[in-house]
Write a protein that binds this ligand. Sequence first.
Ligand SMILES: NC(=O)c1ccc[n+]([C@@H]2O[C@H](COP(=O)([O-])OP(=O)(O)OC[C@H]3O[C@@H](n4cnc5c(N)ncnc54)[C@H](O)[C@@H]3O)[C@@H](O)[C@H]2O)c1
Ligand SMILES: [Zn+2]
Length: 692
Amino acid sequence: MSDVQGEVQSSPSTESVHTHVEKPESSEEELAAHVAQLRHQIEEANYQYHVQDNPTLTDIEYDLLLSELQQIEREHPELQTPDSPTQRVGASPIQDVPQHRHPRPMLSLANARSEQDLLDWHRRAQNILPDTTFSYVCELKIDGLAIALTYDEGRLSIGATRGDGMIGEDWTPNLRTVRTVPQRLRGEKIPPRTEVRGEIYMPIKNFEQLNEEMSDSRLFANPRNAAAGSLRQKDARVTSNRHLHFFAYQLGYVDGMDVRSHWEALELLREWGFPINPHIQQAKDLDEVMAYCNKWEKERFNLPYEIDGVVIKINDFHQQEELGSVARDPRWAIAFKYPPTQVATQLHDIRVNIGRTGSVNPWAVLEPITIRGVTVSRASLHNEGDIQRKDLRIGDWVLVQRAGEVIPQVVKPVVERRTGQEEVYSLPAHCPLCGTEIMRIPDQAMAYCPNTNCPARNLESIIHFVSKGAMDINTIGEKMCEQLADAGYVKNVADFYDLTHDQLLALEGVKEKSADNMLKAIQESKKQPLSRLLFGLNIRYLGEKAAQLIAQAFGNIDRLLEAQEADIISVGGIGPKIGQSLYAWLQDANNIALLDRLRAAGITMTEEQKSISGPLNGQTFLLTGRLETMSRSNAEEAIKKLGGTIASGVSKSLSHLIVGEDAGSKLAKAQKAGVPIHDEQWLSDLLQHYTA
Ligand SMILES: NC(=O)c1ccc[n+]([C@@H]2O[C@H](COP(=O)([O-])OP(=O)(O)OC[C@H]3O[C@@H](n4cnc5c(N)ncnc54)[C@H](O)[C@@H]3O)[C@@H](O)[C@H]2O)c1
Ligand SMILES: [Zn+2]
């Protein structure tokens, strides 16, 4: 029951997963049977969604079923029943949690999906209250779950979920663990009793973290389910660790105080210490409402939490009361819903491609679907570990998400839709391009084709070498790289510098002029600094930023080649993963040979040291011998951070020579040149002085 996401789902009856139900011949009996079936499906979906926090349909599929039922009931009022899901909200509370009867029902919201729907809503209100001008409050529709908090004499006494709208589940101890739910009201005006409503939600970041810690069938589909599943836990300590947040958006009721409008109520809630969403705005007409809806449709992906639409409320409480409600929705409010970011589709196959560092990258072949106006037929699957963690099987129905990010992601399988025919996937044992055995690194989710001459890898790596952030040889594009690789002229990146005019002319479609331009750009690229070269060399994990940090820290390739693994890892911003990978790359004889060829070709292998302004500006330092309390590269970095420069050798202009154990010839040279000489203690005092 309550520790819902820990439960294995019981498989629902199969008809609950077919969303398209054949409408029978319109004989009365058959229509009644159809209605019964629709209701059964909707009830089942409600149970999975509201009680198990684990939807088996997407919202679109659910909404289609519900609106079909609503339409039939409108056309055939004789088929309406008070217990139809069109008349009720959510799902009944579960039995073994204390129940709370809401003094005022907690309703749902009617949906609008277009401007026309909003105009219709407005017209219906206007028909009931002719000659009335409405003003509105626009709010983000936070995708979480609604709760009602009761305060007696200003103290939180009950916290309950919406349940079926009449009776909710009492989760007071768990709600007390949510830090943004006030235990006591602040301020002067404390009523004897009041009820405040709002949304419990989980920020996207925390949702993603939580899902990373979860496994396979326990994955949450979205932050909404994660919030609901995390609140409804038997053990309040679990809830407490789940990073739930709260926004208040409604005054349920208040005893002994006169509040006239929703806007006034929000002000009061703020005074009492409730978190109120900062983006709530008043609107004087539907144009302003529409502008708000349009604005947030685009900007919603920059929010730290998910919203699925905008809620528009008629501001005046008196008007609200006169409008009242119909079935499960108030007439004075409406939800403007955005197109969904998640859609369910079938996973037909999993394929892999080989990246420029040899990484094996699996991707999903999907039954094409449209998400937010774009047809999606493939999605990234990150790596094998991710596929296993999510327990994705070929043939599965999967939830695919296209939210802020451009590349669609497979969120999770819809386990309830499995037929038993699905196949567990494992990566090919051999590289699909060169046949080399795929290598796995223990403790890392990644798999690699270790063949440095793998055609896929070669092509990708030479494409990367000429690309913009790397050597920027802009007259050579992807297509040309393919031609050069196919012709056998470029087998590794050093081959670019041996290309001849005649070779280029021999390629299809290459004329004098373009051959000239290519050679010129290749020539130019020799001036690129060390950081560009390092980034261009396709060293696993070494991105653009890391390459810059390394080049800044070591200044030239020789010092980098001399460095120990620990020296590399100790560079600020470089972790052990990058450090180990770079160090291993630099030890490999093939790579050293490659660097030698590049050096012989005349490529710049130094980095101009960025001058940082600081107290040591204008002073040059040289360190020699072994230091006791810090590594040499750490010390050098600290000096540079304070604006000092590291010299490349002893000269008269050197400001300080720092001498450690077993200092060599530099010491003698410095003594001769009359350079000030200091020990390690002097340096650490100096650094301490400026950094303390
Ligand atoms: N996938 C499924 O199987 C399945 C099953 C049941 C329900 N659903 C989804 O749930 C929807 C129905 O759920 P519902 O009845 O909660 O309606 P709703 O989510 O469309 O709207 C009502 C809810 O909006 C929330 N809300 C967020 N911000 C708000 C604000 N500022 N002011 C007021 N309310 C705010 C509240 O929680 C409120 O209860 C369906 O449209 C469907 O998308 C899906
Ligand atoms: Zn290969």
